[in-house]
Design a binder for this molecule. Structure first.
Ligand SMILES: [Zn+2]
Length: 238
């Protein structure tokens, strides 16, 4: 693979109090992203290792303060840390509700949540609000407006044929700044439009070869990234 684009994680980006850190984004292994402002704390795609990475960077009190989780899609390298994150919060006696936003029809989050609440029904100290969303909703959380947008991602189903996976990218707008995260996607018009002019675009370049129709090549990702003021390429095969 193109070594030039293999990132050294973590990747950090900050403008005033808008802070974004990508702990890692490695295909088939894990993703983990946090976005914070003075008043907000979000986790985006809590893959495996998210608790370890949060714990390295934030105090216990700060981790308990994370209010919202955004899921791009249900693949394990994007949701593998959800169970341990949810467990940590009640072990540490969280009381505030936690909001989880995820693409409509994402069976992994629905299943994890169902199993989690069955196992820990008697011990849960906080409420989990699940929000299945699509691109029709804009979410306002404090001073941040989040715009979900549909992207094109697939997986190989039982028949071996590629099937579409419910997948979203998110654009976070705050204090006249914007961060666009595309999640996993093939080259798509929505991402092209949302990344354009963003202060930061986080673009996947996960294609193993030119025929990969689930991910983008480095060339495609760079082309989109360059339309933003700054960009990170992520999810690059190592
Ligand atoms: Zn994926």
């Amino acid at each position: 693979m193109n070594k030039k684009y293999i990132q050294k994680y973590p990747l950090v980006w900050q403008k005033d109090d808008l802070y974004l850190e990508i702990f890692c984004s490695i295909p088939n292994i894990a993703t983990g992203i946090v976005l914070t402002t003075d008043d907000s704390k979000f986790v985006i795609d809590p893959g495996d290792g998210i608790l370890r990475d949060l714990n390295k960077n934030f105090s216990k009190e700060d981790i308990l303060d994370f209010s919202d989780v955004f899921i791009s899609h249900g693949h394990h390298d994007h949701v593998g840390g959800v169970w341990s994150f949810l467990t940590y919060l009640f072990v540490m006696k969280r009381t505030n509700p936690l909001n989880i936003y995820f693409p409509e029809g994402c069976k992994e989050i629905i299943s994890i949540h169902k199993a989690f609440t069955e196992v820990y029904a008697a011990e849960l100290t906080y409420r989990i609000n699940l929000s299945q969303i699509d691109s029709a909703v804009k979410i306002k959380i404090g001073e941040i407006t989040v715009e979900p947008f549909e992207v094109i991602h697939k997986e190989h189903g039982e028949s071996g044929d590629a099937e579409f996976v419910p997948s979203l990218g998110y654009k976070f707008n705050y204090a006249k700044k914007s961060i666009c995260y595309g999640g996993d996607t093939a080259y798509c018009k929505n991402l092209v439009e949302m990344a354009k002019g963003s202060d930061l675009a986080i673009i996947e370049a996960g294609a193993e070869n030119e025929d990969d129709d689930m991910h983008m090549t480095i060339e495609q990702a760079v082309k989109i990234g360059k339309t933003a003021k700054e960009f990170f390429l992520v999810h690059v095969p190592e």
